[in-house]
Design a protein around this ligand. Structure first.
Ligand code: IVH
Length: 685
């Protein structure tokens, strides 16, 4: 017997030890996917389950706890592309409560730690748990001097230039009694409408859409180019502080103090008495979750009294005085009945799953986007599969996972299309693209319809009343084969439509005729050149002044413009080089379409100012900085004179800097320039 048990202990592996190693490896892997690659492979709930399992084993078997266990740190390592910032106080994470009983257990723990008598009621602050990216802002004497991401909690990435682009982040605090040093923490997020719009644009450009608003916010803040970040309408909400001297006695007072200094705080935070009121608040917030303009994934309950918070203190990873109550994920299980292919305006062929209708947080879901074939392959999605669908703040739900163990064998894979389902033209992927695109151009009816719908749309030629229904009919009747045909339509053509009356036809024709004198920038946008959005169209109109000039622009001329990189420039050139497009432009001209030229924009934030650059700028290249100020209406010259308004000096600036100082010209650092741009062109002192 003795022999046997000895043998036993030699050959029976320590299951807990093996599992710990496995869990650590898994968690590290998913941490990297989430924090560094912005491409999570599992849901938060699945990650939490693994994390908790490891925590549980470590609690039972302290001998297995190692100093490098992922339970001892908060997130992934910074990517190293940005400068690193050590937080003066670590940025902690929160413990999760997945059930209401866990919320009550949280209060019990606090009560016993504080040895509170049963008669005292604890006051809590309940706040939405924003689903974004945690950042810390540092204000010195009221001025925003640094912003960083949480990173691993100890060291984050310096993202000051990017944070400065966020409209509701004050570059300077307002109000009374500003502290010498304020470290404020909060969440950067992308409101839902902006998130949806961004994904539509990304899909149109053949880029992978973001899976949820959090990834979109994280991806945006970690963009190396602040100009790209500035185009994304990010917002921030503050929920706590690092180092600061304050007279606030409660979390509620602290938030009011932050608001009084001009910082954004949540308008959904509630002060409640007792844990049952907090539970009720949680239920109420969950009910209202879908009516908010941003994504939240739960509610945070914080002991309101700051003295009690201090008394309770923190564990290695999270404070004892707060808990994150997570909402159950908005997931449901259903079946993929069919995968249909939808062809968009730019010819991108998107696979869309037709689902067995299923109810998901009050909405019946019958379709889910599958994004592209890389996604289909990565998730091994097949027609007939049972799948988990999730709504992650997006209107269109996504398939998160296939239930592989429920396969019958009758499921089948949908191959990447080689021909366009709409017109039969060749379909292919371009190098480096994830999207499969129809190569048929305007010979492809959806592309033609979409291109004309876009042409007539409000932000483009603004042809009032000419919506998609009429356009599709005009195309199917063969009356419209390109946008120029719109200008040849007659009353009789229109009268063929059902419910078309004299008056309506007259109005439509008048609206079409009126658009002949539309603004040049709108006309350029209306052409639907790939990668040319409204903003670029405006820049092109300002720069070239006529469609003929734009048509004649060389690649060099195009790339010298801000907002126009090589991809955009090549796209513009190939549009104008295509004989079919040249013919349409000719026909538009012949039909009397003569776009008007806007006055040079005077609304630039730096209009009329003269800048000189000297030295090496830390983040912006000299050319980029030059383009940036020029696009805001400023002039850039090579030498400093009394007429110079600002000299922007980088490192190793020489004689120009000296001259500026002698002449009393204001000298700006790169940061000050960016702050100025973010502050509507007003110098931030
Ligand atoms: S308090 C010491 N409050 O949730 C307390 N966090 O899982 C630290 N979060 O890293 C956080 N909304 O990014 C707090 N109202 C809120 C929050 C919130 C979202 C995020 C934050 C934090 C993570 C913790």
């Amino acid at each position: 017997m003795h022999q046997l048990s000895l043998l036993d202990s030699v050959v029976t592996p320590d299951v807990a030890q093996l599992r710990t190693a496995e869990l650590r490896q898994l968690l590290e892997h998913h941490n990297r996917c989430y924090y560094e690659l912005d491409a999570p492979e599992i849901s938060d709930a699945e990650y939490d389950a693994l994390f908790r399992e490891l925590q549980k084993i470590e609690a039972e078997r302290p001998d297995l706890l190692t100093p490098d266990s992922p339970t001892l740190r908060v997130g992934g390592k910074p990517l190293g592309r940005f400068a690193q910032v050590r937080h003066r106080l670590p940025m902690l994470s929160l413990e999760n409560a997945l059930q209401e009983d866990e919320i009550r257990a949280f209060e019990q723990r606090i009560r016993s730690l504080l040895a509170l008598p049963d008669t005292t009621t604890l006051q809590y602050q309940c706040e939405p748990k924003m689903d974004g990216l945690a950042v810390e802002l540092v204000y010195q004497d009221g001025l925003l001097v640094q912003a960083s991401t949480r990173g691993d909690g100890e060291v984050g990435e310096e993202v000051t230039a990017n944070i400065r682009t966020i409209r509701n982040v004050p570059l300077r605090l307002s109000g009374e009694q500003l502290p010498a040093l304020l470290e404020v923490r909060g969440e950067v997020y992308l409101p839902l409408t902006a998130f949806q719009k961004l994904n539509v644009e990304r899909e149109e450009n053949g880029e992978a859409p973001f899976a949820n608003p959090r990834n979109a916010a994280a991806g945006s803040i970690r963009q190396l180019d602040p100009a790209v970040v500035a185009k994304r309408p990010l917002a921030m909400v503050c929920y706590g502080v690092g180092v600061v001297e304050t007279e606030a006695r409660t979390q509620t007072e602290l938030m009011s103090q932050l608001a009084a200094w001009g910082l954004p705080v949540s308008d959904q935070a509630r002060q409640v008495n007792g844990i049952e009121a907090a539970v009720a608040c949680f239920q109420d917030l969950q009910q209202r979750r879908d009516s908010l303009l941003y994504e939240i994934d739960g509610m945070v309950i914080k002991v309101d009294d700051l003295r009690l918070q201090q008394e309770l203190g923190e564990k290695s990873r999270s404070p004892r005085w707060a808990i994150a109550c997570k909402f159950p994920p908005r997931q449901a299980t259903t079946r993929i009945n069919e995968i249909i292919l939808s062809v968009g305006r730019t010819g991108v062929i998107t696979p869309v799953a037709n689902l067995e209708p299923v109810e998901l947080s009050g909405v019946t879901v019958s379709r889910a986007t599958l994004h592209n074939w890389d996604e289909i392959r990565r998730k091994d999605i097949r027609v007939g599969d049972r799948v988990i669908v999730e709504r992650a703040g997006d209107v269109i739900p996504a398939v998160v996972k296939v239930l592989l163990d429920q396969r019958s064998g009758a499921e089948w894979e949908l191959p990447e299309p080689e021909v366009c389902p709409a017109c039969g033209s060749k379909a292919a992927r371009e190098a480096g693209e994830v999207a499969v695109r129809c190569q048929g151009g305007l010979a492809c009816p959806p592309q033609l319809a979409e291109s004309i719908i876009h042409f007539a749309s409000r932000d483009a030629m603004d042809i009032d009343g000419l919506g998609s229904k009429y356009i599709e009919q005009l195309i199917s009747l063969g009356l419209v084969k390109d946008s120029a045909d719109l200008y040849r339509l007659t009353r009789d053509d229109l009268m063929q439509f059902e419910r078309m009356g004299d008056k309506l036809a007259e109005n439509l024709l008048a609206a079409i005729a009126a658009s002949k004198q539309q603004e040049l920038s709108r006309f350029i946008f209306a052409l639907g050149i790939r990668h040319v959005g409204e903003r670029t169209a405006r820049t092109l109109a300002e720069r070239f002044g006529s469609i003929d000039n734009l048509q004649a622009a060389t690649l060099e001329e195009l790339t010298s413009i801000r907002d126009v990189g090589p991809t955009v420039a090549i796209s513009i050139r190939s549009f104008f080089d295509a004989p079919a497009n040249q013919a349409v432009l000719q026909r538009l001209k012949a039909a009397g379409v003569a776009p008007t030229v806007e006055e040079k924009r005077v609304g630039g934030r730096l209009t009329g100012l003269t800048f000189v650059f000297t030295g090496t700028l830390a983040t912006l290249g000299r050319d980029e900085a030059k383009k940036l100020v020029e696009s805001e209406g400023a002039n850039v010259t090579g030498s400093v004179s009394k007429k110079t308004d600002y000299v922007v000096a980088g490192s190793e600036a020489g004689s120009k800097l000296e001259k500026a100082r002698n002449l009393g010209v204001t000298v700006l650092s790169e940061d000050a320039l960016l702050a100025m741009l973010a502050n509507d062109g007003t110098l931030v002192t």
